[in-house]
Design a protein. Structure first.
Length: 127
C-alpha cells in the first residue's frame, strides 16, 4: 500500500476517533455531575479532539498536495491524539475508582508514549 492510500484511509480512521472523543465528551457533560468531573479529564479529551482535527486536516492535505511530510506529521498527531484519548478515558475511570481498567489503559498507552518519545528524539537528533 502506498503512503497516499494509507493517508486516505487514515482520514476515515481519524474521523472515527473524533466521533468517539466527541461522544464521550457529550456523555460526560450530560451525565456526570460537575463536582465529579475532573477538569483534567475534559481537558485531555479537548486536547485529543483538537489533535485529531489537526491530524485529519494533515492527512487530507497530504493527499491533496502529494506531500509525504504532511503525511508523517499527521501520523505523529494521530498517535498523540490516541495517547490523549487513552489518558482521558483513564482519568474518567479514575474518578469513579475503577483502578484495574485505569491501570490497563495507562499501561496500554505506553505503546503511544514510546512512539511520541521516539518521534521527539529523532527530531532532536536531526537538528
Amino acid at each position: 500500500m502506498s503512503w497516499r492510500a494509507g493517508a486516505e484511509t487514515m482520514v476515515g480512521h481519524t474521523g472515527f476517533m473524533l466521533g468517539i472523543v466527541a461522544a464521550v465528551m457529550a456523555i460526560i457533560l450530560a451525565y456526570v455531575k460537575p463536582s465529579e468531573t475532573a477538569l483534567t479529564t475534559l481537558t485531555l479529551f479537548s486536547l485529543s479532539l483538537g489533535v485529531f482535527l489537526l491530524a485529519a486536516e494533515q492527512f487530507s492535505e497530504a493527499v491533496d498536495f502529494e506531500d509525504r511530510r504532511r503525511h508523517l506529521r499527521a501520523i505523529k498527531l494521530y498517535n498523540l491524539g490516541v495517547l490523549l484519548m487513552l489518558w482521558g478515558l483513564g482519568m474518567l475511570m479514575l474518578i469513579f475508582s475503577y483502578w484495574l481498567p485505569t491501570t490497563i489503559l495507562f499501561a496500554f498507552s505506553l505503546y503511544w508514549i514510546r512512539d511520541v518519545v521516539r518521534t521527539i528524539m529523532s527530531a532532536s537528533h536531526k537538528k
